[in-house]
Design a binder for this molecule. Structure first.
Ligand code: NI
Length: 158
């Protein structure tokens, strides 16, 4: 396993590109998943998408503190409700802002064995799924932030 460099929204145009589906869950994808997990845990993130480490493949990982979730070719198939809460992104370091997301999200995809999986997440997990899947289409949370809520993290210390 190895740490990978996290791409930065101001420098790296790759974050704005659309990722391609994974056709075969092979050793390369396993290495990618392992490196992404190491990188995410190293910086204390709750999610990471492959384009954030410079790979335009539809692969995301999430850990909201309930264990590592690996999703290949994720597709959001159902959304319900609405929530607004603070969001951040490892590719937009030092900033946070409020984003409206569904309260509940069901996503399908493949796990690292290539098995079809279907996961329903609520609250933070629903938010993380939407955020990471957006990355695969070149969308960043700052595109969706509620007006006037984007702020530097150090300003938000009360
Ligand atoms: Ni992000």
């Amino acid at each position: 396993m190895a740490l990978r460099e996290i791409k930065h929204f101001e420098r790296d145009k790759i974050l704005r590109k659309k990722s391609r589906p994974v056709d075969e869950v092979n050793e390369r994808i396993h290495n990618l998943l392992d490196d992404m997990a190491e990188t995410m845990y190293h910086v204390g993130g709750v999610g990471l998408a492959a384009p954030q480490v410079g790979v335009l493949r539809r692969v995301v990982i999430i850990d909201i503190g309930e264990g590592l979730l690996e999703l290949i070719n994720p597709e959001v198939v159902e959304v319900n409700g609405e929530q607004i809460a603070d969001e951040g992104c490892l590719s937009v370091p030092g900033w946070t802002g409020q984003v409206k997301r569904p309260a509940n999200v069901t996503v399908t995809g493949l796990d690292r064995e290539g098995n079809r999986i279907k996961i329903t997440g609520n609250d933070l997990l629903a938010r993380a799924i939407c955020h990471e899947v957006d990355h695969l289409d070149g969308v960043l949370y700052i595109d969706k932030v509620e007006p006037d809520t984007l702020m530097r993290l150090e300003e938000k210390t009360d």
